[in-house]
Write a protein that binds this ligand. Structure first.
Ligand code: FES
Length: 386
């Protein structure tokens, strides 16, 4: 074969010849320091998303009858991660043999998180919340998940005028949202309707009145009392119209299901787009059944197998917690997908309006135990908690 020698080809050959010695020289000139075990970007991601945190209760303050404020500091780091005002954390603890957890909205502001302070408002309702209200003391230690949830202001989605409607203990996320606005971290103008039965049942009065000096508009609505300076009755469309243009506002609602149903009916005639009304999710409750049956639930967590009783009116997550099984969870409302588990056998039902599974999950047998009730003996495979 005839080989035509070209100048560029000749230069390539020269370069190729020098390739190995050049590489050796570059390696010899390199640093002998070992590569870092972590990088700044990973450290920052770890600060913002720590997963689960170790925390200590530092203060307990009564707010209103049956409601307390619990303040925590973080033990495994010097600060809590910054979060979006309106988000929640899930607090986890052991009560007797049970490993329990509940989501609570954060009442302190995102800036306070950076000072290693995070406060929750806890109403005396249910097993864990009742225990926290009556028994928890400063110095007690817990595990807490990182802040999560979609119940927060979104610049691209929401209008500048936001109308927040709180019923009873549902005031908690709005404290954080109002504080964040007052501290200049959020661009919205906030009008808060806060409904309670009596004036004595309004929590955070001093804080809300102080925030009113910094731009928050608050309307207190009492259903069982008539007093000067307070609206009387319920938050109706007529009352809303008195203070705001309903059609150009974004609504944030937090309270009991009955309040959501009532407000849905009040707002229906306005034909608001779905994105204009946000509801904070609440924990999936027990079913009201006359004589609930009790089944056997078998749970696989990696190479361990647990067997326990599961009542027909309680969620599978509640049954696992009572038996001390470390089942991952956060929202307990079917929305976050954190408890996503593989169904192996048995019949079940899902709480009405709580099925947040994707189509593929339904097809391939995945369920959310936080919103699923047993209807026969069942077997599940649950992911190990991280
Ligand atoms: S804990 Fe969020 S979906 Fe079950």
């Amino acid at each position: 074969m005839k080989f035509k020698r070209q100048i560029f080809g000749f230069q390539d050959m020269l370069r190729f010849k020098k390739l190995v010695p050049n590489r050796r020289a570059a390696l010899a000139a390199g640093s002998d320091k070992p590569l870092p075990e972590t990088y700044r970007v990973n450290q920052q991601a770890g600060r913002l998303h720590p997963g689960v945190m170790e925390v200590e209760l530092t203060a307990v303050r009564p707010l209103a009858p049956g409601m307390k404020e619990l303040t925590f500091r973080r033990l495994d780091a010097g600060a809590f991660p910054f979060f979006r005002a309106g988000q929640y954390v899930s607090l986890q603890g052991r009560v007797g043999e049970s490993l329990v957890s509940r989501p609570y909205s954060i009442v302190s502001s995102p800036r306070q998180a950076l000072e290693n302070k995070l406060a929750l408002g806890v109403a005396d309702a249910g097993f864990f919340s009742g225990w926290l209200n009556r028994e928890a003391r400063p110095g007690d230690r817990f595990r807490m998940t990182e802040p999560s949830g979609e119940f927060h202001y979104e610049t691209l989605r929401d209008g500048r005028q936001i109308v927040c409607i709180a019923g009873g203990a549902g005031i908690t996320p709005f404290l954080s949202m109002a504080r964040s606005m007052a501290e200049g971290d959020e661009p919205y103008q906030m009008l808060l309707f806060y409904g309670a039965r009596t004036e004595a049942q309004l929590a955070f009065r001093a804080e809300l009145d102080a925030l009113a000096e910094k731009g928050l508009r608050v309307v207190y609505v009492l259903s069982d009392e008539t007093k000067a300076g307070f609206e009387h009755g319920f938050v109706t469309a007529e009352l809303l119209e008195k203070y705001v243009d309903i059609r150009t506002s974004s609504f944030f609602l937090c309270g009991p299901q009955a309040m959501y149903d009532f407000l849905d009916a009040q707002l229906a005639p306005y034909g608001l787009p779905r994105k204009a009304v946000h509801r904070d999710a609440s924990c999936c409750p027990n079913l009201r059944l006359e004589a609930p049956r009790v089944f056997r639930l078998t749970v696989h967590v990696r190479d361990q197998i647990f067997s326990m009783e599961a009542a027909e009116h309680e969620t599978l997550l509640t049954a696992m917690e009572r038996a001390g099984v470390p089942a991952p969870n956060r929202c307990r409302a079917g929305g976050c997908g954190y408890c996503h588990s593989k169904w192996l056998s048995g019949e079940f039902r899902i709480a009405e309006g709580r099925d947040g599974r994707r189509e593929a999950d339904r097809k391939f047998g995945w369920i959310h135990p936080c919103v699923t009730y047993p209807m026969s003996d069942m077997e599940l495979e649950v992911p190990a908690e991280k």
